[in-house]
Design a protein around this ligand. Sequence first.
Ligand code: SF4
Ligand code: SF4
Length: 90
Amino acid sequence: MFGPLVIKAVKSKGDKTGSWRIKVKPKYLQKDCIACKMCVLICPEHCVEGKEKNTYICDYDYCKGCGLCALVCPKADILMEEEGTKGKTK
Ligand code: SF4
Ligand code: SF4
């Protein structure tokens, strides 16, 4: 009756989700980071990268400002701040 259901996995990074982020975005402080990778694992847009302590950063072209990375960071090394805050975002 029905054909096979085909679900295509698409990484969010295929779209620039950052274009509709309107209010807040994360600021990666790169001060107390212990490279636990929690921010990488939790990010629904797969837009956080880093290798060593204090190198983690997100790509704002794809960050939608959900705040999950800041929520899970055990060192509180990610702050959410208002979009357009001068001199505070990387
Ligand atoms: S706020 Fe953090 S978890 Fe959410 S999309 Fe941006 S980088 Fe990813
Ligand atoms: S969650 Fe925090 S401590 Fe862990 S890698 Fe990300 S920025 Fe560093």
